[in-house]
Design a protein around this ligand. Structure first.
Ligand SMILES: [Fe+2]
Length: 224
């Protein structure tokens, strides 16, 4: 599904509000679709944690950096840089790796290859360096991560782990990060509005497909 917004005809505030509403709705719809953690097998829980780790450990900072490179607003850039600063200073990838290892869910080659196709789509999307589209996608990503943390922690706890620094930190700090990204979005829309033929939600749909792969690991549909 694609929603195209005609930029010149709408006031910036109403565009921002509609993007914010859409982002929240996609996150809420996804959260409502999650299977109950206590009805999963141990192998299913392990797989979810492993695929989440295979995507997030090496790509979150990469995609936030791509977004930083894509934005043209001088005022939006410090917001993204502050986010990157925290990721690097506090070594969030190391925190996630500890979380996965403690839950006996460090990704195998099978886990990494399961998400490969959808991951590549998202990498190619960020490679286009489209400012507004990238910031919208990262706002969705931060918002999703923050909402997903309690569920991810429950999967790890059911696997016998008590190493929860990653989920504790991200359930809190990403609220602030999501708000910061919406401020960056307003600034970037002002400085560098997207073309009329660019769907602002394109990256969200690609990232949602990747997240669905992390959680459900459904086989790819084969074209007839
Ligand atoms: Fe982080």
């Amino acid at each position: 599904m694609s929603i195209l917004i005609s930029y010149p005809e709408a006031a910036p505030e109403s565009i921002l509000a509609s993007i914010g509403t859409r982002v929240r709705n996609v996150i809420d719809e996804f959260m409502a679709s999650l299977p109950e953690a206590n009805r999963l097998t141990s192998a299913e829980r392990r797989g979810m944690i492993a695929r989440y780790t295979a995507v997030l450990e090496g790509n979150f900072i990469y995609w936030m950096t791509a977004t930083y490179m894509a934005v043209k607003s001088a005022k939006a850039r410090p917001i993204l840089l502050e986010n990157l600063h925290e990721e690097v200073r506090d070594a969030h990838p190391a925190m996630l790796r500890r979380f996965a290892i403690a839950a006996h869910a460090f990704p195998t080659d099978t886990d990494a290859l399961a998400i490969d196709e959808d991951l590549t789509e998202v990498r190619l999307f960020f490679g286009r360096l489209s400012g507004v589209q990238s910031v919208v996608t990262m706002a969705f990503f931060e918002g999703f991560i923050q909402k997903f943390m309690a569920y991810l922690a429950s999967l790890a706890a059911a696997q016998g782990s008590s190493e929860m620094e990653y989920t504790d930190v991200h359930g809190v700090c990403d609220i602030e990060h999501t708000e910061g990204l919406f401020r960056a979005l307003a600034l970037e829309m002002d400085a560098n509005p997207p073309n009329e033929d660019q769907d602002p939600f394109e990256g969200i749909y690609l990232l949602r497909a990747l997240i669905e792969k992390i959680v459900f690991n459904r086989a790819q549909a084969v074209a007839a």
